[in-house]
Write a protein that binds this ligand. Structure first.
Ligand code: FAD
Length: 484
């Protein structure tokens, strides 16, 4: 009799779940989640991810009528115990691509191979396995467009999503998943999550609804609107994709099917290629595995980063005095999410205007983002810093005022997250320091420290650095490593 442990990891869904479907088709199933608290420090989940994970596990447990086994600790030890307890014959899981997870999983596989239990990994989170896409000379691509267009799209279609399996085959698993999830203590002890909870519904069903909404209402305009942070022009699927509450295959084929295979429209093609960027990030992590720590371009190892804790804090909490940067950092803090265009702007400001190491930004995002993902986060930061594969060149420095004026023309996004600026005229919304005294007074705004006479006025910081001077400083710093 086949009894399979399905080990859930970053695939917290029932639909299109190859491991679960294979197990259900084969005999009895024991669904398991293990919170691995033995992972390296850099991989320990940040606060926002822990919050999402809690709710995603509750949702998964509900799909199993509360019969999900939830454990914590060393995964090998836990699996050994579970194999004994349930007399399991097989273990199935979907691959993870983080270097530490690959090492751990290889050890687990090898242990069970020797002990006669069939332990097998499958692809459940990527459209194309990283080792399947190589250049003609069998080396990995380092540039996105040929990777995606030549490498991926020229291959046969990815796997079509699977139907929901019949879950009547769950083996005598007790119905106490929810209390086991509570024991993981993933939720914060200080309630900072109210506005996050008000923004997101964490469930497999919500992921599907978001995708359907996006296909119906936004995908055709995606190419134009994806850069406008005040508009709901993107899918906001990233945390669901990270935790596997929806698979890239479901996204890919829902779109293909909706457009009857004709995906050449600008919005659709652009959106699918963003899914391609997700694949590329995993690809880079797989082939060049210390992307999270080390500069892809080793020239940057000698870069003269500043140790500027006060500036870093001001950036983290949205107090730099540059409205689009502050709005982005406050959006992150309040909602656990930040619009992609704004991620690029705040990243450029940190790394170039403040000359602070991209790894500081990566860490902060890791703690605050609900979609915090080793592959996409490190690739995103290295792209911004100019140190990554196919990165934005370091000398291309975003001017946050011009970026704001171009992508948040009316200042709506800034006003949402920096409400103290709401009465400033459009002309000054992205550069309040240029506003004449009478304009500031009319908007009831004080820049810098407020004094006694400014009762009833709102306060907003003066700019931390001069944008022109800090741009020049960044270019000089870059010049210093050019020959390295
Ligand atoms: C500095 C920086 C850090 C980032 N950190 C993360 C991270 O930790 N986790 C994360 O998922 N994304 C990260 N991104 C990529 C991107 O910002 C988010 O994926 C996107 O904003 C999520 O919003 P969305 O789901 O509405 O995206 P959409 O525009 O709707 O795109 C659909 C999906 O494609 C993928 N995608 C889109 N853009 C990118 C990209 N540039 N790189 C990789 N995948 C992409 C995501 O899975 C996304 O959900 C980062 C980008 C930057 C510049």
């Amino acid at each position: 009799m086949t009894k399979t442990i399905v080990w859930f990891r970053q695939d917290l869904r029932i639909n299109d779940n190859p491991a679960l479907s294979a197990a259900c088709a084969n005999g009895d199933v024991i669904p398991v989640y293990i919170f691995d608290d033995t992972v390296p420090e850099k991989a320990q989940l940040g606060g926002a991810s822990r919050w999402w994970l809690h709710h995603a596990l509750v949702d998964l447990a509900e799909s199993f009528d509360n019969r999900l086994i939830v454990r914590s600790g060393n995964c090998l030890e836990q699996l050994k115990e579970l194999v004994q307890e349930f007399d399991a014959t097989h273990i199935l899981w979907h691959r993870m691509y983080e270097p530490w997870a690959r090492t751990r999983d290889a050890e687990i596989k090898s242990h069970f191979k020797d002990s006669g239990v069939a332990a097998k990994s499958m692809n459940g989170s990527l459209l194309w396995e990283p080792w399947e896409v190589l250049k003609k000379d069998e080396t990995p691509y380092k540039v996105y467009t040929p990777y995606y267009r030549k490498g991926c799209l020229s291959k046969s279609d990815p796997r079509y999503p699977l139907e929901r399996p019949d879950l009547s085959v769950l083996l005598g698993v007790p119905k106490d998943a929810k209390s086991q999830i509570d024991k993981l203590a993933l939720l914060p002890t200080i309630a900072w999550d109210e506005s996050i909870a008000a923004t997101w519904t964490v469930s497999e069903r919500a992921a599907g609804s978001k995708l359907q909404w996006f296909i119906k209402n936004a995908i055709t305009d995606y190419k134009d609107e994806r850069n406008l942070p005040a508009v709901r022009g993107t899918s906001q699927l990233s945390p669901y994709l990270h935790f596997g509450q929806i698979s890239p295959n479901q996204v890919w084929f829902a779109i293909k099917d909706a457009f009857h295979g004709n995906t050449s429209g600008a919005g659709v093609d652009t959106y699918l290629s963003e899914i391609g960027w997700r694949e590329f990030s995993y690809y880079l992590l797989y082939h060049f595995n210390d992307m999270q720590k080390r500069n892809f371009n080793s020239k940057f190892d000698k870069f003269p980063w500043r140790d500027a804790q006060k500036d870093l804090k001001a950036w983290q909490f949205g107090n730099t005095g540059v409205p689009i940067v502050d709005a982005g950092m406050r959006e992150l803090y309040q909602t656990g999410y930040m619009h992609n265009r704004v991620r690029m702007i705040v990243g450029s400001y940190l790394v170039k205007n403040l000359l602070i190491d991209w790894r500081e930004g990566e860490r902060w995002f890791w703690d605050c983002l609900l979609d915090a993902d080793t592959a996409s986060n490190s690739a995103g930061w290295q792209w911004v810093a100019g140190s990554g594969a196919d990165a934005s060149p370091y000398f291309r420095i975003f001017n946050p005022v011009l970026q704001g004026e171009k992508f948040d023309k009316e200042g709506e996004y800034v006003k949402t997250y920096c409400p103290e600026l709401k009465d400033l005229p459009k002309k000054y919304i992205h550069q309040p320091w240029e506003a004449p005294a009478e304009v500031l007074e009319k908007a009831k705004l004080v820049l810098g420290d407020a004094n006694d006479e400014s009762a009833g006025f709102q306060q907003y910081p003066k700019p931390l650095v001069d944008l022109k001077e800090s741009r020049k400083r960044a270019l000089d710093a870059f010049d210093s490593i050019k020959g390295a």
